[in-house]
Design a protein around this ligand. Structure first.
Ligand code: COA
Ligand code: ZN
Length: 322
């Protein structure tokens, strides 16, 4: 460990060394749903198993949405049937409605990730419902999950801005969190920066406010690197007390044919940076990189990952012969 990551190292008065940061892989869902190519089920299963063994806290394995809406994830049940379940890893899936929840129960998911948007326009365009309609539907999903003893997380899209409405007031986000946490008893909330509009000071303020009001919930931050602020936002959130992040292997996501669309913050970039700083991510970076290289073959194109391109900081090159 270098002098910079020594035991007493602090940023803004907070201890770093050994502080646990949980990394949750969403590449199999958020990443692959944006790919145009269908990745064969056996390859998805092999990739999930490789990632399980790399020390990630949670894997979002797939989504139980309409197979017509997202055909590349139509094999969700088969993927769940094929994966090994490593102890300590939570196997989550995105669930949009009761129909999806029933399929998720049958598949044996460890957690249901429910989605709605903090912005009315985005909710209408993505889910074709008002936010009030979404909330009513998700209340039924949460009740179904509870009857089956399955954990529920709610992902609030556009918590940091909407591509149609612009700024989303912090109070709106807090109010929707309150409805899920206080009314429905949901234990996990993810604040999603769906289109990469978040910036560090904003992230700090919202994270601090949610942490202060609901210190007991499992809070996740979900950033996309659309405008190059992904890693800066992760660090700002950590500084405000967050300890859980979604990230996607290789930084995949965003349809290659949609201009400006980009993936989540890249798992190996986040892990690489946090480990250098002395945080404990629990992740085996070498193993993660093996998975990222393999991912390139599966999706059929280069991935955005800077670590795949440049190597780790201390992957040294030979000196020129004297
Ligand atoms: N699982 C399987 N099939 C589903 C389903 C689910 N969870 N939800 C809906 N369907 C089916 C419907 O039964 C219908 O089938 P049919 O045409 O054979 O009758 C078909 O999908 C189309 O339904 P749709 O017209 O979209 O209306 P809906 O209100 O039933 O479904 C959504 C709305 C939002 C659930 C659906 O459009 C969807 O899953 N979209 C994907 C959202 C997504 O993944 N976004 C990205 C992540 S945030
Ligand atoms: Zn996302």
């Amino acid at each position: 460990m270098s002098a910079w990551t020594g035991a007493g190292r602090r940023i803004a008065g907070r201890r770093i060394a050994g502080r646990r940061i949980h990394i949750q892989e969403v590449g199999l869902r958020d990443g692959l749903q944006a790919e145009c190519r269908f990745v064969p089920t056996a390859d998805k299963i092999a990739l999930a198993d490789l990632l399980s063994g790399a020390g990630l806290a949670k894997l979002e394995v797939s989504s139980f949405v309409s197979p017509k809406a997202v055909p590349v994830l139509a094999d969700a049940a088969d993927v769940f049937a094929g994966i090994a379940r490593a102890p300590g890893v939570v196997y989550s899936a995105l669930v949009p409605n009761v129909r999806g929840a029933e399929r998720a129960v049958a598949a044996g998911v460890g957690e249901m990730n429910l989605v709605m948007s903090a912005s009315e326009s985005h909710n209408l365009s993505n889910l074709r419902m008002t936010r009030a309609q979404s909330f009513a539907g998700l209340a039924d999903v949460a009740a179904l999950a509870r009857r089956h003893g399955i954990a529920v997380n709610v992902s609030l899209s556009c918590s940091f801005g909407c591509p149609m409405e612009g700024d989303v007031p912090q109070q709106d986000v807090m109010d929707w969190c309150a409805r899920f946490v206080d009314e429905l008893g949901v234990q996990g909330i993810t604040l999603c920066d769906t289109t990469g509009m978040a910036y560090p000071t904003q992230v700090h303020a919202l994270t601090e406010a949610v942490r202060a009001r609901w210190p007991g919930i499992e809070l996740t931050l979900h950033f996309h690197n659309t405008r190059g602020m992904g890693l800066a936002n992760v660090l700002a959130a950590i500084d405000a007390g967050a300890d859980r992040f979604d990230a996607s292997l290789g930084g995949i996501g965003g349809c290659p044919y949609a201009p400006g669309a980009t993936g989540n913050v890249c798992t190996e970039e986040v892990v690489h940076a946090l480990q250098l700083m002395g945080y404990d991510t629990g992740v085996d970076l070498a193993r993660l990189l093996q998975a990222a290289v393999r991912l390139q073959d599966l999706v059929g194109h280069d991935v955005p990952s800077q670590i795949v391109k440049a190597g780790r900081r201390l992957d040294l090159h030979p000196r020129p012969a004297a």
